[in-house]
Write a protein that binds this ligand. Sequence first.
Ligand SMILES: [Zn+2]
Length: 124
Amino acid sequence: MAHFAVGAGCILLIAVAIHRFDSHLFVRHRYPLAFVGGIWALIPDFHHMIPDEQMTETWRFWLHDNWWVDLFFFHYTMDHSWLDANGNEAIFIGLCFLLFAHLIAFILIDDADLYGEDPVETME
Ligand SMILES: [Zn+2]
């Protein structure tokens, strides 16, 4: 849960960072992409679905316990920090981060820039 929230929040902050540049497609679809970012952050934990007898320590090291797993929105760092990534505290902090990112995106991204004039106003 914490991984998902951090991944989704990171996508929203990326949308905020690039929305002034020519990347309207990404910014316009930021909420579905935030969901995809949350799933992306969970990918290293998919090894839990593989039965233990088929998952060797070497495979576990390369799929989950390696620094490159930080490419999945800091998954490795979160799993090896002082905070238990599956604990309630980490979930609370992750959800606070997602809420913060959502608030920043809501404040700083002006949808009128993306969609033009308000279609309801232009019809009147
Ligand atoms: Zn993990």
